[in-house]
Design a protein around this ligand. Structure first.
Ligand SMILES: [Fe+2]
Length: 175
């Protein structure tokens, strides 16, 4: 399958059985990712905005099955089954938290795979997801604060969140 456009991506979410709330969240993330992606392009970075839109719209495809930490892996599997481009599959698989390194993925019982965002498009969708709240936006620190409350301040996932934030903000500031 070639890169799905907006209508096609939304159809995939609905056909998979994603709730209206999940679809709304995905649309919000796509809007935030498009805005930041545009800023990155303005800052001179090469961003595939069509891929970002498709990936952002589909990033929570796995929530049609589970809202657990495995929803990225499940979504990736669904996306592979639908024949979606690998670049989209990777965005889906790598968007949870600020990425899940191999040792933690193993501990969590996730299928063997790579769950750390690598490409700029993967990082961008992962980041925009952390800014989305309902139909609106929150400060990145609010999301990190919630994560710290849930996992503990010292959990490495918290430091990874700030590292991702620093990377994106650093790129935006390099204009
Ligand atoms: Fe998600």
């Amino acid at each position: 399958m070639s890169l799905p456009g907006r209508g096609e991506a939304l159809g995939i979410l609905r056909d998979a059985g994603c709730s209206r709330g999940v679809v709304r969240h995905c649309v919000n993330v796509a809007g935030l990712a498009a805005r930041i992606g545009g800023e990155l392009v303005d800052a001179g970075f090469d961003v595939d905005l069509a891929l970002v839109e498709a990936g952002a719209l589909l990033h929570d495809l796995g929530r049609s099955v589970t809202h657990g930490i495995g929803h990225g892996a499940v979504g990736g599997e669904l996306a592979r089954g639908l024949g979606l481009p690998l670049a989209v599959v990777r965005i889906i698989e790598r968007h949870v938290g600020a990425g899940i390194p191999a040792d933690e993925a193993l501990e969590l019982g996730l299928p063997v795979g790579v769950y750390v965002p690598d490409s700029l498009e993967e990082k961008l969708v992962c980041y925009a997801d952390k800014l989305a709240e309902g139909a609106g936006e929150v400060e990145f620190g609010v999301t990190v604060g919630r994560m710290a409350e849930e996992l503990g301040e010292d959990h490495p996932a918290v430091a990874r969140m700030w590292a991702l934030h620093g990377e994106i903000v650093g790129m935006l500031g390099s204009r």
